[in-house]
Design a protein around this ligand. Structure first.
Ligand code: ZN
Length: 518
């Protein structure tokens, strides 16, 4: 990332401000709807009417300039290029639908959401005289990506030219993996192609827009229960699914990957049913992903008697998974079942792919000070709640040299975006952390070290309530001995099961604070 630190700090504050606006949406419903939202107000340094030029024909286009850059009126662009712009209730958000893609634009918020994906903008869209003005970036992210067009602003003449750029030939690599009932198809490109996704019964097509694909020399050999075949031509990539299967797609960057998670639909959806927002549809804890910390070369902390955190974490996690299935009837998925290397990002990605409703990362603590005892439960926050929490995050985030170190530009921006992904679950994550901590304190008579917040990388990408539990100090001789005993570990596991059970009940019945997440 090329942004300088001060710019990013500002960006981060504004992103969070914008986010609060999104999160607090329902709360604002009681306010006077005519009240002007100050966050949406834009300070223009100039404004005027220019023209929008598409295939040589011009139409008027309102624009404004701010200290950060150019904003253009969105509505004339939508009427020329197609798509639909809808205003949300209270005019606090707009949705822009282009083909199957829907973007949510919040005036005052320098980020747009597309599905569960959040993308930052260099400056927020705003309302001027009742018209929505947006930065060019937003047009590139929406129309550019969908139609393969580019936007060029001629400042001197006030002309926004929409053009179709040169076609690129992009080789594609296809990967396919089946895991726990989900087949993940990964299409990897050297750079992001322009495409749109077209769905019909049993068929997902990636239609290239303005670019062409170079198919791999040997076509992909597909032998999978959920994916019947993958066909690649320069114009399109076709995924044929087995009957009763559906897919969800998302993208990953560096290198650009378009990912499809294919799963069996339990009940066939009524074709004309309106799309139910995910959050309100999902009020049950069905799948719990348990992440045994560390593994492979990353041993984690080592106790005075030589116990490795990675081993004890795996023993605890495996037992926890089994007991959760037995007692709560939930499906559990372990991020690793063996002593293997696993990147932090892959752990939360696995939780997302498995549509987990909860993510628990299990660790053991270490301390340089002697005699530290007790458990600590963490949920994600940009800011550590205290120095000890900051240190714990620094220790857990350290994975050899494979990860951008905390403090690096890349790390900070990722952190920011991932924090946004996790933030809609913050209330629930905090509640889960509190319940776990309560149960651990009560059952095990551990010294209460409290619920803490810290920027744990493993929690960042998780799009569900997620916590990290440090169940004890492996660095303290007595505690290490206790943790080595299967009886004590069984006790720990039962305690965690009770906490998850309490959370599940609150979350599903809407009672208590676990239901507090929007
Ligand atoms: Zn750890």
């Amino acid at each position: 990332m090329l942004l300088s630190r001060p710019v990013k700090r500002r960006l981060s504050l504004r992103l969070l401000a914008g986010l609060l606006l999104l999160v607090s949406g329902p709360l604002l419903a009681q306010e006077d709807p005519t009240e002007k939202d100050p966050a949406a107000a834009v300070v223009l340094t100039g404004s005027g009417t220019g023209s929008l030029v598409v295939s040589g024909s011009a139409t008027p286009l309102g624009f404004g300039t701010t200290a950060t850059g150019l904003l253009v009126e969105l509505e004339p662009i939508v009427s020329r290029l197609g798509g639909r712009l809808d205003v949300g209730p209270l005019r606090q958000s707009y949705s822009l639908a282009i083909g199957e893609t829907q973007l949510v634009v919040v005036p005052g918020s320098p980020a747009i959401t597309s599905g569960t994906e959040i993308q930052p903008l260099s400056q927020p869209p705003g309302i001027v005289d009742g018209r929505l003005l947006v930065p060019l970036e937003l047009l590139e992210r929406s129309y550019g990506a969908q139609l393969g067009v580019t936007f060029t602003w001629d400042e001197a003449r006030g002309i926004l030219a929409v053009e179709r750029p040169q076609q690129r030939e992009l080789p594609v690599e296809v990967g396919l993996v089946h895991l726990q009932g989900v087949t993940t198809v990964v299409l990897q490109f050297p750079e992001a192609p322009r495409y749109r996704i077209v769905r019909s019964a049993g068929l997902y097509e990636v239609v290239l827009v303005g670019d062409r694909v170079v198919p791999p020399a040997a076509g992909p050999q597909v032998q999978d229960a959920l994916v019947r075949g993958i066909e690649i031509s320069p114009e399109r990539i076709r995924l044929e699914l087995a009957p009763d299967c559906a897919a969800e797609s998302y993208t990953l960057q560096t290198p650009f990957r378009l990912v499809f998670d294919v799963f069996r639909e339990t009940a066939p959806a009524a074709p004309a049913a309106p799309i139910v927002p995910r959050e309100s549809a999902r009020r049950a804890i069905r799948t719990v992903v348990i992440d045994p910390g560390h593994g492979g070369k990353e041993t984690g902390a080592i106790g005075p008697a030589g116990s490795a955190e990675k081993e004890l974490a795996l023993l605890l996690s495996t037992a926890l998974a089994a007991r959760l299935e037995q007692t709560l009837g939930v499906r559990t998925v372990l991020t690793r079942t063996e002593d293997i290397d696993l990147a932090l990002d892959e752990r939360s990605a696995l939780a997302n792919q498995n549509k987990a409703d909860l993510f628990l990362s299990i660790h053991l603590n270490s301390s340089v000070g002697r005699g530290a005892v007790g458990a600590e439960t963490y949920f994600l926050s940009l800011q550590a709640s205290d120095q000890r929490a900051a240190d714990a995050a620094a220790v857990e985030n350290y994975v050899g040299a494979a990860v951008a170190p905390a403090g690096s530009d890349d790390f900070e921006l990722q952190l920011l975006l991932w924090d946004l992904a996790q933030s809609q679950h913050l209330a629930a994550s905090q509640r889960l952390a509190t319940l776990i901590q309560e149960e651990l304190n009560r059952a095990l008579d551990l010294r209460d070290r409290g619920v803490k917040q810290a920027p744990f990388r493993v929690l960042m990408g998780a799009a569900m309530p997620a916590v990290l539990v440090e169940v004890g100090f492996i660095s303290t001789r007595d505690e290490e001995q206790r943790l080595r005993s299967p009886e004590y570990r069984a006790q720990l596991v039962e305690t965690l099961v009770r906490a998850v059970g309490r959370f599940k009940l609150e979350y599903e019945t809407g009672a208590g604070a676990a239901a507090g997440a929007p």
